[in-house]
Design a protein around this ligand. Structure first.
Ligand code: C2E
Ligand code: CA
Ligand code: CA
Length: 841
């Protein structure tokens, strides 16, 4: 079975432009060299011997891989040199030409390439013969003879080289031929060795028949040494290429060009018709199937190999290849049906998890198949590629997360606000921008009665339905837990209200959640720009006010009006209480230890605010922090927490075991130019050194006003205070922050840490963050460590510090002290008391 021709036919035919003149040259030069010279009968058996020698030399080859094509460097110079001495020109040309034809035919070369090589070998031999003839009589011993022979063989080598470079330039273009010329050097060295040895052999042969024995031994050694040299040449080239590829792949910008770089190179390196990257879909990530194919510039979304093949490699985590020495065997019939003659499929591994496959199909050029070395090469590339793929997926994920709701995949609040900003800016004079806030009635009860999963299911179903029924130019998003937003251009507020009625009608259907069928009901509040404001946040807030009213009316929809506002403000009665709470010390600070994973030593604490409302009981920090941010009390809150934290820090340092304290600082404090002054004051007042204070910032908040936040952060860093990026992984600009600020620590968001034991994607994110942190020499803290398993995985990926319920919940100062004491005692009694202590809190 012959390899299909894969090179573009038209350009291949250009090779005849060189082949035909070469053939002509061969004939003319042979005639010129032979004319007037005798051919004796004894020459004929010698010619037979040389035919054998040429064939053997032609088969004893090694491959030079240049770009997509391989070129063959052989030991031909050696019999050529002897033949020039012993054979008349005509016989030399004939034996060599015939040998080349036989060898190339045997190798499966067809058509133009075969004839090109044959004509070239004839022309080379003829040229060499002519040079020998011009040099005069040869005696085989004198240095003059050597020189003549060297000149003749060199002429052959140079002719071969220039013809090959010429043909490559014609067929593949300049870039390839330049690369070829550059890589010719090792070939020339080999030729020089060949020639020298050929001369030695010649001299020996002149000494008499017995020297042939010595010669045979020498040739044997030579062949062995030669082959290993050739192999090491090839290996060093492969190493070099891997290095280049790794460099290219790891430095590929995270803009989606990674597959281009990777697949293009893999195809070149393995000379494959197809190089394919496959990553199965996971969660909201769609499947990736991309191929670089011979003759196509852009990547294709098809592959040559049957699906079963890559799924097998993926499932079993093993290389699958046609060559039985390489790995698992594919079903040959299936391959044949797919028109694949050769293939290697290698699993891509991130740690112990297989994330996809890298594959090559159909080797180009000569017929030799891919062997174990090629498979090893591909496996090595896959190992490097997996890291790059995971990293780029991390960035994609971060980017996606920053703008999408994790559960439904809908645009999140941030994206909605941006989209609103855009459409408000582009609003036509006679149109309004409508914001419809759709609230699901009773989602909380569904959560409580049927479990969170049922609630999630309901949300996903409603998101799907809403996307289906909303008019197509509308943006459907999910700004909060039980709400959706639909925004679009409309002709008036009343039109928007009509749409709200329609949407509500279509959403209020019976819905099956698990085994239960629910009557779903929603309320829709509507606000429009410009009537109700031109600021997205204000519009959303007013749609929210209208929605609350809608909940109380039978129609279930309501359009915002100014009169509604005062009512909603009343609900915020609690806002007034926060101020008193801060002043009266109702807001307390709890401390959660940060622990070194290796020896479970406490290396710091995080300060977390708590508010126990006298009437309503504990208010969640997320709630009162937001409240504080919106009522101008956030500075006061930060100050209360800082003050308490620094007082404790001073205490610990006085007691001889200093502990750094970490304080969460809201983005709103970071736009306050006086904030660094306050921090410096408090540090001074409590006599705490700045490096004992860690300021935790979330990059989510940094999206707003970086121009004002960055100088404040730099000033803080200038004081010697350490900066940490909190909830790392939740947004996508965190990496940018790390580059722009002197960050000392990153805290991996607990959602990834908690997921890492079960979700390979989360594990990969944690690993990538740890790698990234190491790269920037940052401390990494894993938040939300709740189990020993997670702890083990964390230490496996090289994360050194953990924080979470496994060690301790956030505790009031006194209980934290008790916890410390108990731990120290447990340690000193050696009772392995650590685990028992988890009960504290
Ligand atoms: P954060 O800064 O990410 O704080 C860590 C949160 O994770 C705390 O929630 C902590 O109780 C919780 N946590 C710690 N270990 C585990 C664990 O193993 N499993 C689980 N499920 N959770 C764990 P908390 O105290 O409710 O605080 C929530 C958020 O409120 C904080 O998130 C922080 O962003 C904010 N916050 C708290 N105190 C302050 C403050 O003083 N100022 C500001 N600006 N924000 C604060
Ligand atoms: Ca924090
Ligand atoms: Ca956090």
């Amino acid at each position: 079975m012959r390899a299909p021709r894969l090179v573009n036919l038209k350009t291949v035919h250009r090779a005849w432009l060189i082949t035909l003149p070469l053939a002509l040259t061969a004939v003319l030069l042979t005639v010129a060299a032979q004319i007037g010279r005798p051919i004796y009968a004894t020459n004929l058996p010698a010619a037979g011997l040389f035919l054998v020698l040429f064939v053997v030399a032609g088969l004893t080859t090694f491959r030079l891989d240049v770009r997509r094509h391989s070129f063959v460097v052989s030991m031909i110079a050696f019999p050529l040199l002897l033949g020039l001495f012993y054979l008349p020109p005509l016989l030399l040309v004939l034996t060599r030409t015939l040998a080349t034809l036989m060898v190339r035919w045997h190798q499966g070369q067809t058509s133009v390439k075969l004839w090109f090589n044959t004509a070239l070998s004839g022309a080379g031999a003829a040229l060499a013969s002519l040079i020998v003839r011009a040099g005069g009589e040869l005696d085989g011993l004198s240095p003059v003879t050597w020189l003549i022979l060297v000149a003749a063989v060199t002429a052959d080598v140079l002719l071969t080289l220039s013809a090959v470079i010429g043909v490559v330039a014609l067929v593949q273009g300049r870039a390839s031929s330049d690369a070829m010329a550059r890589s010719a050097y090792p070939g020339l060295v080999v030729e020089a060795v060949n020639v020298t040895i050929g001369l030695v052999v010649l001299v020996l042969l002149q000494q008499g028949p017995w020297s042939v024995v010595l010669l045979a031994a020498l040739v044997g050694f030579f062949i062995v040494a030669y082959r290993s040299y050739a192999r090491s040449l090839q290996q060093s080239r492969a190493l070099n290429e891997i290095y280049e590829l790794t460099k290219a792949v790891t430095s590929a910008p995270h803009d989606g060009t990674l597959p281009d770089v990777l697949l293009g190179r893999v195809r070149d390196l393995l000379q494959a018709e197809y190089a394919t990257l496959w990553i199965p879909g996971r969660g909201r990530y769609p499947e990736v199937l991309l191929s670089a194919k011979e003759g196509y510039d852009a990547l294709l979304d098809i592959a040559a190999t049957p699906v079963a093949l890559r799924q097998r490699a993926y499932r079993e985590g093993k290389t699958v290849a046609v060559d039985p020495r390489v790995g698992e065997q594919p079903d040959r019939r299936e391959l044949r049906r797919a028109g694949v003659k050769d293939a290697i499929v290698v699993p891509l591994r991130a740690g112990s998890v297989v994330i996809g496959c890298l594959e090559v199909a159909n080797r180009l050029g000569d017929t030799s198949a891919w062997g174990p070395e090629d498979a090893r090469l591909l496996e090595t590339i896959a190992a490097h590629a997996a890291v790059a793929v995971e990293n780029s997926r991390l960035v994609d994920r971060l980017r996606f997360d920053a703008y999408h709701d994790a559960l439904t995949g809908l645009p999140n609040r941030r994206r909605i606000v941006e989209a609103l900003e855009e459409s408000i800016a582009a609003r036509a004079a006679d149109e309004v921008i409508a914001v419809l806030l759709v609230d699901i009635n009773g989602l909380q009860q569904v959560n409580d009665l049927l479990g969170r999963q049922a609630g999630d299911e309901l949300l996903v179903e409603l998101a799907r339905r809403l996307r289906e029924v909303a008019p197509s130019p509308a943006l459907v998003g999910r700004p909060g837990s039980d709400e959706f937003v639909v925004t679009l251009g409309s002709s008036s507020g009343d039109d928007a209200l009509d749409l709200a009625v329609r949407l509500r009608g279509q959403l209020r259907r019976r819905t099956k959640v698990g085994a239960v069928t629910l009557d779903v009901d929603v309320a829709v509040g509507v606000a429009v720009c410009p009537d109700h404001g031109a600021d997205p946040t204000v519009l959303l807030q007013r749609a929210d006010v209208a929605m609350r009213v809608a909940k109380g009316v039978s129609s279930g929809v309501h359009l915002f009006s100014q009169a509604l506002e005062s009512r909603s403000v009343q609900r915020l009665g609690i806002a007034a209480d926060l101020r008193t709470a801060l002043d009266d010390g109702q807001v307390q600070v709890h401390y959660q230890p940060k622990v070194a994973i290796a020896d479970r030593r406490v290396v710091g604490v995080e300060c977390l605010a708590r508010w126990d409302h006298p009437a309503h009981g504990p208010v969640g920090p997320a709630d009162f922090v937001t409240l504080a941010e919106h009522t101008g009390l956030i500075h006061r809150l930060t100050e209360v927490v800082l003050d308490d934290g620094l007082r404790r820090a001073r205490h610990w340092s006085d007691a001889g075991h200093p502990l750094p304290v970490a304080v969460n600082v809201s983005p709103r404090s970071l736009v306050d130019p006086e904030f660094p002054g306050l921090v410096a004051d408090l540090l001074g007042r409590h006599g705490v050194s700045p490096e004992s204070l860690i300021v935790e910032i979330t990059e989510r908040g940094m999206a707003g006003d970086q121009a004002r936040q960055l100088p404040v952060l730099r000033e803080l860093a200038g004081l010697g205070v350490r900066l940490a990026v909190d909830d790392f992984g939740q947004g996508y600009s965190a990496l940018a922050l790390v580059r722009r600020l002197p960050i000392a620590e990153v805290k991996i968001d607990k959602s990834f840490v908690q997921g890492m034991a079960t979700d390979p994607g989360d594990l990969a994110v944690v690993r990538a963050v740890v790698d990234m942190a190491r790269h920037f020499a940052l401390d990494v803290v894993a938040e939300g460590v709740e189990s020993e398993l997670t702890l083990e995985l964390l230490s496996g990926v090289g994360c050194h510090i953990g924080q979470g319920f496994l060690f301790s919940r956030p505790l009031p100062y006194e209980r934290l002290e008790a916890w410390f004491t108990a731990r120290t005692e447990a340690d000193s009694t050696g009772a392995g008391g650590f685990r028992r202590l988890r009960a504290v809190g």
